[in-house]
Design a protein around this ligand. Structure first.
Ligand SMILES: [Ca+2]
Ligand SMILES: [Ca+2]
Length: 214
């Protein structure tokens, strides 16, 4: 099959898994990601509620997750630069999204919106986490009355707003398998998508003023 008739699945609310035939020359579902990816461009064109976005994807295209009402959580990897118009439109169970610093362009109604009686309506209490000054912050502020914007603070693993020895302890406790940190994104200080002793070391160096920012 050389053409993928994704219009047939325009509303993905009931889809739990997506597999593209290995012989398909145009699209793939690399690594069991449960999504359709255009192989040549690494653009994600269709996802479902069980999609794990591979860290090779550079763009999430228009309407890719439109109507995925079962989607409750999605991790945007740092390979992604563009989240296009309506990418996560009508994902009514998704109430927050963390936008990594790699994302420089977010399209219209890309996330946080449902369709009301005759217009787009915001999903209640939707919040966006992102870097200060990023397009994520612009997008949050551009919405009518704004979306709640939570600034990513690398090092603040326990989400108390400050970076101190409590965050070192929180990560050490996770490494010792006592309990997980409150915020894995903030805890990954060296941005390698893993929480390791290296993240602890960076916070300690910051607290000792060997480095000035995380
Ligand atoms: Ca903290
Ligand atoms: Ca790390």
């Amino acid at each position: 099959m050389t053409t993928f008739f994704y219009t047939a699945f325009y509303n993905c609310s009931g889809i739990e898994s997506i597999t593209v035939d290995e012989d398909n020359p145009v699209y793939d579902s690399r690594g069991g990601c449960n999504a359709v990816i255009e192989t040549a461009t690494s653009i994600l064109i269709m996802g479902c509620k069980n999609t794990v976005i591979p860290d090779t994807v550079i763009k999430i295209t228009d309407y890719a997750f439109d109507g995925c009402t079962g989607l409750t959580d999605i991790r945007i990897p740092r390979s992604v630069r563009i989240i296009d118009n309506f990418a996560f439109y009508r994902c009514t169970s998704l109430t927050s999204i963390t936008v990594p610093e790699s994302v420089t362009s977010i399209g219209r109604y890309a996330f946080g919106y449902d369709f009301g009686t005759d217009d787009y309506v915001k999903i209640p209490d939707f919040s966006i986490r992102g870097v200060r000054g990023s397009d994520a912050q612009r997008y949050a502020n551009a919405a009518a009355n704004g979306f709640t914007f939570i600034e990513i603070k690398f090092g603040d693993a326990n989400l108390d707003g400050t970076i101190d020895v409590g965050d070192v302890t929180a990560i050490q406790r996770q490494l010792a398998e006592y309990e997980n940190v409150d915020d894995a994104f903030n805890a990954d200080v060296d941005r390698d998508d893993k929480i390791t002793i290296s993240d602890v070391t960076m916070i300690q160096r910051y607290l000792a003023e060997f480095i000035t920012e995380l």
